[in-house]
Design a binder for this molecule. Structure first.
Ligand code: CA
Length: 220
């Protein structure tokens, strides 16, 4: 996985950041702290966080879902772009990583917008559906275990309103999706997921080569 836009050469990537990145001090410190962790590659790229915040503002989103929180960078970027009464239902299973997330969310003053559910994401999404939340969300970001992508996507699609947007991370998987020698389960799952969405008539679709590849699916 890659936590920068890996499709750009280093010099051009640095140029993009130098002329466009507007990262808050809290986001930057969270990114720097996370970069010291062994799982640092799971953090999204800063330019991707800014891009998703822009999408959330364009959508006028108030209710959003996040599947896979890690240390909370993407949720913080999205929460800062939501109105004060906006809410993220944030799904993760790690109390350890999300403790870091909570610390930075509090510091940024957005913790009241983030409803962290520490449970398998499918349980949380199914509970939302049981509670009648279908069709009520504006935006969802999926960035968790790759073999679970398709089920997360189906639940989120049901939970979204028409015109709502799902963003799915790591769909280029550091280029391995196009490497015929890569046959591991994660790569195969992402390939199958990308193939399924290409023919999915329920959505408008774009695969944006930012970060590690970000698929945008707008519910028709
Ligand atoms: Ca990711």
């Amino acid at each position: 996985m890659s936590n920068r836009t890996f499709t750009l050469a280093d010099s051009l990537y640095q140029y993009v950041l130098s002329v466009s990145l507007r990262e808050s001090d809290v986001l930057r410190r969270l990114r720097q702290e996370t970069a010291t962790l062994p799982m640092a590659g799971m953090q999204i790229a800063p330019e991707q966080g800014q891009f998703m915040a822009l999408l959330v503002r364009l959508l006028g989103a108030r209710r959003t879902i996040e599947v896979g929180v890690f240390t909370g960078y993407s949720a913080l970027a999205v929460a800062a772009a939501l109105p004060d009464d906006g809410r993220i239902v944030a799904c993760d299973v790690s109390a350890e990583w999300t403790a870091t997330a909570r610390r930075y969310w509090r510091e940024a003053g957005v913790d009241h917008k983030i409803d962290l559910r520490l449970a398998p994401a499918l349980e949380t999404l199914d509970r939302l559906l049981e509670e009648g939340a279908a069709g009520s969300f504006d935006f969802a970001f999926i960035d968790a275990d790759k073999t679970g992508y398709h089920e997360y996507y189906e639940r989120c699609l049901t939970l979204l309103r028409r015109g709502g947007l799902i963003a799915v991370d790591n769909v280029l998987w550091d280029g391995r999706v196009a490497d015929p020698d890569a046959r591991d389960a994660d790569t195969e799952a992402i390939r199958a997921f990308n193939r399924a969405l290409s023919g999915d008539e329920r959505i408008d679709l774009a695969l944006v080569p930012i970060g590690d590849g970000l698929t945008l699916a707008r519910k028709r």
